[in-house]
Design a protein around this ligand. Sequence first.
Ligand code: ATP
Ligand code: MG
Length: 569
Amino acid sequence: MRLSRLPLNTFKEVPAEAEVISHQLMLRAGLIRRLASGLFTWMPLGLRVMRKVETVVREEMDRAGALELLMPAVQPAELWQESGRWDVYGDLLLRIQDRHARDFCFGPTHEEVITDIARRELKSYRQLPVNYYQIQTKFRDEIRPRFGVMRAREFLMKDAYSFHLNQECLERTYRAMADAYARIFSRLELTYRTVDAHGGEIGGARSQEFHVLADSGEDAIAYCDADGYAANLELAPAPRPAAPRPAPGREMTTVETPAKRSIADVCALLKQRPEQCVKTLMVAAEDGGLIALLLRGDHELNTVKAETVPGVKTPLTLASPEEIKAATGCEPGFIGPVGLDMPMAGDYSALALSDFTCGANQIDRHYQGVNWDRDLPTPEGFDLRNVVAGDASPLDGGALSIARGIEVGHIFQLGDKYSHSMSATVLDQQGQQVAPLMGCYGIGVSRIVAAAIEQNHDAKGIIWPAPLSPFQVVLVELNPKAVPEVTEIVADLYAKLVNAGIEVLIDDRDARPGVKFADAELLGIPHRVTVGERGLREGQVEYCERRSGSQDKLAVDDVVSFLRQRINQ
Ligand code: ATP
Ligand code: MG
């Protein structure tokens, strides 16, 4: 490809709307352009990268025996009503109507459509197992589209769905998909972790996510290298305090805490640590009232765990300041469990405290020296908090660490949720109609492009892992109009490289060398060859490796063999 023929607009300024580096670099390098919130055009160079991801994904899915098909993006509402998800999927689902006022949605995922295929096409256990996949555009009306293509509304996903007669067979395919995913992320040269995950609204039993590790990741991962435990923070169980609760040592007293609403402010005033405080969060209950959730002051509420407390409404909804005031007569910031007339659930760590500090349900006041059983009844205990670094691993092999990750893949064992609700059956060996078990397996193809940049960049721009780079080599022609010989050598080199099967981008634009070098660095192509008049006088060109920045002089005749070796090493 010739850059002189590609309307490439790169820029130096960091775009104001882009929070994370991958979004900034994708805009600056002209890989994507924004159309509207969460909607992006993949420009020619960006699309080449996404196609590389697709190719690796497709090769590994094919190798694992999955069968590619392509389902419609638009899906009739009836299928979603049958599965029961039309009402529960919520605002993420883009609902549309056709000219006959019939309801449809733009598919955020395809369990319903594939189950409809299965109930029509699969008749007998002899046809099982089968694993269908597609690489296709999804739409999710995300509440906060952000980070560019990382959390877009329209995005490209690889989704696969498998059907099985029994659990053992499902587990075999599930493991095969986990292995295929590991190969895909290794081939793409990404640093990733496989973690136990929460199934979300999709339902089902076993589920794992694949996370590309990056500080900008929206997910937190708890892991222990010593015993191999790794889970999404949403799921990681917190250790129960082992030691018995110490006996009360103080009287309960009221302290004035004027305008001190946060744990940090109260602790600063009272010269104590957040670990000695109990904080009270109020959430909506199923019966229309509120439920108080009690946590140690230094701990964070885990919303997935909180939704499992009996009576708590899902999705978890925090009470508004008005609702808190109406229920307690007091303002947020001074709420506490003593004398609180409301159902309560306590995190085990909060219930292990004695002589703790909490809000007094009076404005500008807190209690100190509070003790369970003595000053208030001990509420029922639950695991409600996020684990923190240093907590014991659930496998007991050591302490947990926390890392941030970008979810790029997710595999589930769905069981018979969809085959049952949508009446998909096959005949088993005994001639009985049975609902097949299902697995489903997703990869965020477009998200991977951004995730790769999060892991591979420097101050000058992108540094593509070789398998993702839009081109393998950028051939920079200095001052193309000045010396015809330079243009001839470049054309000859280009032809030879292409014949050797190497993907080359020629920068033959009429631009200053500084501009060309800056763009080459921003675009992140692994290998750069610069051809200029001065070097050619000695029969030489300059080679530069993007990642290390190391430079070499090469004889013109050696360029093809040198690059071939570099690319294949
Ligand atoms: P998330 O938790 O990030 O919202 P999810 O768990 O809802 O994702 P899945 O239903 O598991 O997503 O979809 C499979 C894959 O599709 C995800 O692992 C992710 O890589 C990708 N994906 C999901 N939502 C988006 C999005 N809004 N933009 C880009 N990729 C996405
Ligand atoms: Mg997921």
